[in-house]
Each structure stands twice: as C-alpha cells, then as structure tokens.
Ligand binder design. Structure first.
Ligand SMILES: NC(=O)c1ccc[n+]([C@@H]2O[C@H](COP(=O)([O-])OP(=O)(O)OC[C@H]3O[C@@H](n4cnc5c(N)ncnc54)[C@H](OP(=O)(O)O)[C@@H]3O)[C@@H](O)[C@H]2O)c1
Length: 293
C-alpha cells in the first residue's frame, strides 16, 4: 500500500495565475518543499500545471530524494474517456513531466461516462490496470467529487487509492461512508480541499466546494467561525487539522496558489488546535447539506 506524506501539495492552480517567473518559482518551490508530495492532473490549467512541473523537474535534475508526484487521467476535450484516451492521457502527462513512471495515476472526474462505461473491457479503468501491470504506474486511483459516483467506483474494488474533495471538512461529512469503505478495502485515502476551496481559510471566498452555498450552510460556516474565535483558534488551522488528525485520512491535499501560501501552510501545520475545539464542533451536530450534496 502506498504511504503518502500526511500533506500533499495541490498544483491545480499552477500555471493559471501570476506571470511566467512567479509560475516557475512556484513550481520549483512545490517540488523543493519538504511539506509533502505534489498532486497534479492532465487538465489542470489546460495542461500547464504538468508542463511547469516538468520544466521545474528539468531545472532541478528530477524529484527531491524520496519526493513523489501524482497525476490524473482526464477525458479529452469532447468528453471521450475510454481506454484509448487514458493511454493518450498518460503519454501527454509523462511527456510534459519528462518522466517515464508515476506512483499514482488517478481516473479524474469521470463525469462524461457511466460507471458501466468506466468499468468496460475497453474502458478507462481497464487501461489504467494495464498500465499498472506494465509498471508505468504503481497504483490507480479514483479522484472526483460527486459522492455517490466516487463511492460506486470505490465499491468496484479495482482501485488502490481514492481522492475525495470538499466533502470531509470541518463543515461537511458526506464523504465519510465512502472513506470508511475505501479504508476497509485497504485503499489509500486522499482528502482534498480541506478549506472548501478557500472559504474556511481566508474568509473572503464566496463559494464552498466551488459552488454558492445556501444561506443555511453559510450560517453554519459563520457559526463555526464564531466558535473558533471563542476558543482562540485560527479557522484555517482548525480546517487543516480536522483532516490531518483523522485516522481515516492518509493524506490531506491542500491547494497552493503561491509561494506565500506555501509558507503559510508550514505555519498552519505547526499550530496546535485544542481537542476541546473539535469536541465543540462535534457538539454542533450534523452540518446542514453542503452545496455539493
Ligand atoms: N477532482 C479532483 O481530483 C480534485 C478536485 C479538487 C481538488 N483537488 C486537489 O486538491 C487540491 C486542493 O483543492 P483546492 O485548492 O480547490 O482547495 P483547498 O485546499 O480547500 O483551498 C485552497 C485555497 O485556499 C486558500 N488558502 C490556502 N491556504 C491559505 C491560507 N493560509 N490563508 C488564506 N487562504 C488560504 C487559497 O486561496 P487563494 O490563494 O485564492 O486565496 C488556496 O488556493 C487541488 O489543488 C488539487 O490538487 C482534486
């Protein structure tokens, strides 16, 4: 079983913001960071995330000792996501990264196909399994939102890892059943987006899980913010440590949009959030339905 670093650095916005120098510096910093391994995907920033990481790998002479880089297979622009597409996707990924092997390649957001198509003999999962047999990748994962769909893929028993996002946070527990089932099957669990995409970290984001929350859900976040203040706890630290402290999570995937955010993450990791705060969060009861339900 793959044992990831407790934190994985999410590179979904690498290449999407900043000028060329800032982007290159962020790619270098992500690969140099001892905070954890790096998560990217074929389609992040239209392929630029992988391309910038590839350029940084070339500049740096490869990964740091023990460092790992994960990526994901994506549908093509027309939404086609079959076995042939997966083989092209990995060729693109490895080409951009300048690597010949990846420790994990996830099936990423398979929303344009049914589960049956995903699991067909000529489908993407069969192609991923073949790549694993060939030694091009060590493990295959399912990485997506849509709780029921991810759960269904977990229950196929075909995967080594699962990445769920925005659904196991301080304010959302809907991924808990699928995470439990994944662990029962010995899968590695990546819990991505502990800040709900930012709202639990910076207080200015208007969305939770990339969607507009209901008034009730927003009120729940505000109640948590007040609870954190009452306990003298920084909400961003609490949101991060909610995931880090969970025995159900192998790695928490945090989105890093700049070098400043990377430095801030190093500080948040060191914050000790008192157990009484998490007890008080539990005492608030079941969170209301999130915009992702
Ligand atoms: N389907 C999938 O496979 C999937 C889906 C979603 C995510 N992921 C993975 O998970 C990673 C994390 O997702 P995410 O970035 O959407 O969510 P996230 O980790 O919950 O939120 C990251 C955002 O929070 C803000 N933030 C972070 N640290 C902060 C700090 N110290 N103070 C204030 N604000 C802070 C930043 O926003 P600003 O910099 O904009 O202020 C940052 O971009 C992605 O990069 C990706 O690798 C995978």
């Amino acid at each position: 079983m793959l044992r990831p670093t407790p934190i994985t650095l999410g590179a979904s916005s690498l290449g999407a913001r900043g000028d060329a120098d800032e982007i290159a510096a962020l790619a270098d910093a992500l690969l140099a960071s001892e905070l954890g391994d790096v998560d990217t995907s074929n389609n992040y920033a239209g392929g630029r995330s992988e391309a910038e990481l590839g350029l940084a790998l070339a500049r740096r002479g490869g990964l740091r000792p023990g460092g790992r880089l994960y990526s994901k297979a994506d549908a093509d622009a027309e939404g086609r996501f079959d076995g042939d597409r997966v083989r092209r996707s990995i060729e693109e990924s490895l080409g951009r990264l300048g690597l010949d092997h990846l420790p994990i390649y996830h099936l990423h957001d398979p929303y344009t196909i049914t589960l049956q198509e995903g699991m067909a003999a000529d489908g993407p999962v069969a192609a991923l399994l073949q790549l694993r047999d060939e030694g091009v990748i060590d493990a295959i994962g399912i990485a997506a939102g849509q709780t029921q769909l991810v759960h269904d893929y977990v229950l196929t028993g075909a995967f080594d890892a699962v990445l769920t996002h925005n659904r196991f946070t301080l304010v959302d527990r809907q991924a808990l059943p699928l995470i439990r089932d994944a662990r029962e099957r010995g899968m590695t669990v990546f819990n991505a987006a502990p800040f709900g995409g930012g709202i639990l970290a910076n207080g200015t984001a208007e969305t939770y899980g990339y969607r507009s929350p209901s008034a009730e859900f927003r009120a729940h976040i505000e109640a948590l913010r007040a609870l954190a203040r009452e306990h003298g706890v920084d909400l961003a630290a609490a949101a991060l440590h909610f995931s880090l402290r969970s025995s159900l999570v192998d790695s928490t995937v945090v989105g890093i949009s700049s070098r400043a955010r990377l430095d801030q993450l190093a500080e948040l990791v060191e914050v000790e959030v008192p157990e009484e705060f998490f007890d008080a969060v539990e005492a608030m009861g079941e969170p209301p339905a999130s915009p992702n339900d």
